[in-house]
Design a protein around this ligand. Structure first.
Ligand code: T1G
Length: 679
C-alpha cells in the first residue's frame, strides 16, 4: 500500500492502492509510519509523496464511510505531514481529489503536471473535506477561491492552481514528474506550513456565496456546512477550525443525503457492468456511425459521436428534412460555443465529421447504424429489413425506440444477434442516460461494445431487457395514469406538480407533459373525446408548443394555472360521472411515486433490470430524480418498504382494479431487506 525509496537524501513515499490510491486504512497507516520514520533517519534531508498508477490520489475510501473510523484518521496523517521538521513535497499527476488534495495541502510544497486536476469534491457526495481542507485551502489561496472549489466540488487544472498559489511548480510532463520533484525538493531547506498562515475575510462574503448558490443548494445539507467550515478558517486557530470541520463532517457523513449520494456514486459505476459477461470480451471496432433520421433525436444523437471525434453519416428521405436536421446540429453547436463551452475550431471539426445524405446505401460502410425514425413498428421493421440488405456484415444495428420491442424489430433482419436498442433521452446531446436494450438474441460482444461506446461518448449506460417502455418510461406509466386519475378526482395540475417539485424533481408530471407535448400519441380526431388528453388536444392545448396545455404559457414559456383547463376537467369529470373530492399530498405521493417504486420492483422481478441500483441510475440520469435521494429504489428503502407496501394497499382501490403490489417488494418488506438485496 506504500512503497518507499531513498533517492540520495530525498525520501520518496509512493501511495499504491489501485485503481485510484484511495486512502484506505493501510495507506493511511503506511503514510503516517513513513513520515514518522523519516524524521529520525539522518540519511533523509527531505521527502516527496507521490501516487502510483493513473493519479496522485482520489481521496478517502468512500466504501469505509458506513463503518467506524479505524485510526489513524486521515487528519492525523495530514497533521503529521505538515508537522514534519523536514520539507515535504507532493508530486501530483492525474488527480488529487478530496483527501488526496488534503494530503497535498499538508505537504509544504506542491509540484504538478500541467494537466493534473486538483479538487475537493466532497460536497458532491453530501459531506465536506474532513482532513483540514476547509482550513488549509483558504489559508493558501484565499477565502473566495477556496469557497468556489469547496462549495462547487469542481476541480481546477494544475495550471490554474499554479496561478493562484496552490501549486508551486509545474513539471514538464508526467514522465519526468518523479525526477523533477526530487530535483525540486533538493532545493528546499525548510518546511513551509499552510497551517501557519492566517486568513481574513469580510463576513459578507459567506452570505453572498450562500445567496449566489441558493437555487443550486436548496434542500441540500452539505453546501451550507462547507461555507460554515471555511468561515471558521477566518475566525479560529487551525486546530479549532479543524475540530469544527470534523464536527460538521460527522453531522453529514451518516445522514440520509450523504448515504444517498454515496449510493448513486457507486450505482453509476455498477451499471456499467453486465452480469455474466467476461471482462475481456473482444469489442467490435466502431470507426464510423450511421444515423437514420435527421429529426430532433437523430440530430442530437449525431452530436454525441461528432463531439467524440467519430464520423457520422446522417440519412434522411427528403432534402428539406435533411437540411433542417443539419441546421439544427449546427445551431446547437454554435449555441454551446456562444456560451464558451466549445471553441469555433471544435465546432468546425465536429461539423466536418458529419456527412448528410439522401442515399440509404452510404450506410454500407458504417460499423454502427442507429435508427431514429418514427415510433411506429411497421416503419421500423421496414427500415431494419432494408438495413439488413445494405449494412456490412458485423455492423451493429440499433434502434432509438423508446417503447417498442427490440425482438420484433430484430425479427425483420437475418442478423438478430447484431440488433439492440440504444435509447437516448431528449435532448440527446445533453441527457447523460442511455438505455442499452438487449434483445433475446443480441450477441454479448454487441452489448459490450455498446456499453463501452456509451461511456466513450460521455453517456451513463444502463442495460435493459425488452418490455414496453424498458425501465424509465415503463415506470412513468403508473405515475402518469394515476396523475390523470387524480385530476379527474379533484386534484389540480399545480397541486400534483408541486408535490413533485418540492420532492426535488425538476418538474412535475403535467409540466413534463406540456414540455414533451400533450398531443404525443393522440389520435387527432377532435370529435373523439375519450380521455383528458383528448379533451385538451381537441381544444388545441398541445402543451408549450401551442402556449397552452395543462397550463397557460407566456412568450417566455412561464406556466400559469389555466381556468380553461379547470373547466375542461370539470366538464370531463361530469361526463364521466365522477364526484370531485379533496385529495391530499400524501395520496399524490403514494399514487405517483410509490407506484413507480412498485413498477421498478416488477421490472426487477422480471429481470428487465440487472439490479435495483440500475433503476436508480436510470432515474437520476434520465429524469432528474434529485441526486440527494439517489433513485426511486434506494429512496424507497429510506422511506421504509413496509410503509410503502402498506400505503399502496390502503390506496389500492383508487390506484386501479388491475393494480397489484410486486411480490418482490412485499418479500423485501416482510424480510426487511433492501431492494438491491432482494431474496
Ligand atoms: N473511494 C473508493 N472507491 C473509489 C473512489 C474513492 N474515493 N474513487 C473511485 N473509486 C472506485 C470506483 O468506484 C471504481 O470502482 C474505480 O475506483 C474507478 O473509479 C477526508 C472524506 C478519481 C475522477 O469524491 O471522482 O476524500 O467500479 O470508474 O472514471 O476530506 O473515481 O472499478 O469497482 O470513477 O477514471 C472524495 C471520487 C472522497 C473522488 C477517477 N473523492 N472518484 O474516475 O474511474 S471523500 C472523490 C472520482 C474524501 C476527505 C473526504 C473518480 C476519479 P470499480 P472510476 P475514473
Amino acid at each position: 500500500m506504500i512503497k518507499n525509496q531513498l533517492h540520495g537524501d530525498i525520501f520518496e513515499i509512493v501511495m499504491v492502492n489501485p485503481p485510484v490510491n484511495a486512502l484506505a486504512y493501510p495507506v493511511r497507516q503506511g503514510l503516517l509510519q513513513a513520515i514518522i520514520d523519516a524524521q529520525t533517519d539522518d540519511a533523509v534531508k527531505a521527502i516527496v509523496i507521490r501516487g502510483d498508477g493513473q493519479l496522485f490520489c482520489a481521496g478517502a475510501d468512500i466504501t469505509e464511510f458506513d463503518a467506524p473510523v479505524v485510526e489513524p484518521d486521515l487528519h492525523v496523517v495530514v497533521d503529521a505531514i505538515e508537522a514534519s521538521a523536514k520539507p515535504v513535497v507532493a508530486a501530483i499527476h492525474g488527480s488529487a481529489l478530496g483527501g488526496g488534495l488534503e494530503i497535498a495541502l499538508g505537504c509544504h510544497y506542491r509540484i504538478a503536471t500541467p494537466d493534473a486536476k486538483l479538487g475537493l469534491p466532497e460536497v458532491l457526495i453530501g459531506i465536506l473535506p474532513g482532513a483540514g481542507g476547509t482550513q488549509r485551502l483558504p489559508r493558501l489561496i484565499g477565502v473566495e477561491a477556496a469557497l468556489d472549489m469547496i462549495v462547487s466540488g469542481s476541480p481546477i487544472a494544475a495550471r490554474r492552481a499554479a496561478e493562484i498559489g496552490l501549486v508551486d511548480r509545474l513539471a514538464s510532463n508526467e514522465g519526468s514528474l518523479g525526477e523533477e520533484a526530487i530535483a525540486f525538493t533538493r532545493t528546499l531547506d525548510a518546511p513551509r506550513r499552510a497551517g501557519d498562515l492566517s486568513v481574513e475575510a469580510d463576513p459578507a462574503v459567506f452570505e453572498k456565496v450562500a445567496a449566489d448558490n441558493a437555487r443550486k443548494i436548496k434542500g441540500l445539507d452539505a453546501p451550507s456546512a462547507c461555507i460554515e467550515a471555511v468561515k471558521a478558517s477566518t475566525t479560529m486557530s487551525l486546530a479549532d477550525g479543524q475540530a469544527k470541520e470534523r464536527a460538521l463532517f460527522a453531522g453529514l457523513v451518516s445522514g440520509e443525503q450523504a448515504k444517498a449520494l454515496r449510493h448513486i456514486f457507486f450505482a453509476e459505476r455498477s451499471a456499467a457492468k453486465i452480469d455474466g459477461l467476461p471482462k475481456d470480451i473482444a469489442l467490435r471496432p466502431i470507426a464510423k456511425v450511421g444515423i437514420l433520421g435527421a429529426g430532433t433525436m437523430g440530430g442530437g444523437i449525431s452530436m454525441n459521436f461528432l463531439s467524440a471525434g467519430i464520423p457520422v453519416t446522417i440519412v434522411e428521405m427528403q432534402q428539406e428534412a435533411l437540411d433542417r436536421g443539419v441546421r439544427l446540429v449546427r445551431k446547437n453547436y454554435e449555441a454551446t460555443a456562444a456560451k464558451g463551452r466549445l471553441t469555433t475550431d471544435q465546432v468546425k471539426n465536429a461539423l466536418g465529421l458529419l456527412t448528410p445524405t439522401l442515399d440509404f446505401d452510404t450506410l454500407a460502410d458504417c460499423d454502427l447504424i442507429i435508427e431514429a425514425a418514427y415510433e411506429n413498428m411497421e416503419i421500423k421493421k421496414e427500415i431494419f429489413a432494408r438495413l439488413d440488405a445494405v449494412a456490412k456484415p458485423g455492423a451493429i444495428l440499433a434502434s432509438n425506440t423508446s417503447y417498442l420491442s427490440i425482438d420484433e424489430i430484430a425479427s425483420a433482419t437475418k442478423r438478430p444477434q447484431d440488433v439492440l436498442g440504444l435509447h437516448f433521452f431528449s435532448p440527446a446531446n445533453v441527457m447523460k442516460l442511455l438505455e442499452v436494450v438487449r434483445g433475446a438474441k443480441t450477441a454479448p460482444d454487441v452489448l459490450a461494445t455498446s456499453m463501452q461506446l456509451a461511456r466513450k461518448i460521455g453517456k451513463v449506460p444502463v442495460v435493459s431487457g425488452v418490455c414496453y417502455g424498458f425501465i424509465g418510461n415503463r415506470m412513468l406509466i403508473p405515475r402518469q395514469k394515476n396523475a390523470e386519475a387524480l385530476l379527474l378526482e379533484g386534484a389540480t395540475p399545480e397541486q400534483i406538480d408541486r408535490v413533485h417539485t418540492s420532492f426535488g424533481m425538476p418538474m412535475g408530471p403535467f409540466q413534463m407533459a406540456d414540455l414533451a407535448g400533450v398531443d404525443i400519441g393522440w389520435h387527432r380526431d377532435t370529435d373523439r373525446i375519450e380521455s383528458l388528453q383528448d379533451a385538451l388536444c381537441a381544444e388545441g392545448r398541445w402543451g408549450q408548443k401551442t402556449k397552452a396545455g395543462f397550463y397557460d404559457y407566456d412568450d417566455k414559456r412561464k406556466p400559469t394555472p389555466s381556468a380553461a383547463v379547470a373547466k375542461i376537467i370539470d366538464d370531463f369529470r361530469a361526463r364521466k360521472g365522477v364526484t370531485k373530492r379533496e385529495t391530499s399530498d400524501e395520496e399524490i405521493v403514494v399514487r405517483t411515486l410509490y407506484t413507480m417504486v412498485n413498477e421498478g420492483a416488477l421490472i426487477l422481478e422480471e429481470g428487465i433490470a440487472q439490479r435495483a441500483s440500475d433503476v436508480d441510475v436510470v432515474w437520476a440520469y434520465g429524469y432528474g430524480w434529485p441526486r440527494h435521494r439517489s433513485g426511486p429504489m434506494f429512496w424507497a428503502g429510506q422511506v421504509g418498504l413496509t410503509k410503502i407496501v402498506a400505503d399502496l394497499g390502503r390506496y389500492a382501490a383508487q390506484i386501479g382494479s388491475n393494480f397489484a403490489v410486486s411480490a418482490l417488494l412485499k418479500r423485501c418488506a416482510e424480510q426487511r431487506v433492501p431492494l438491491d438485496r432482494a431474496p
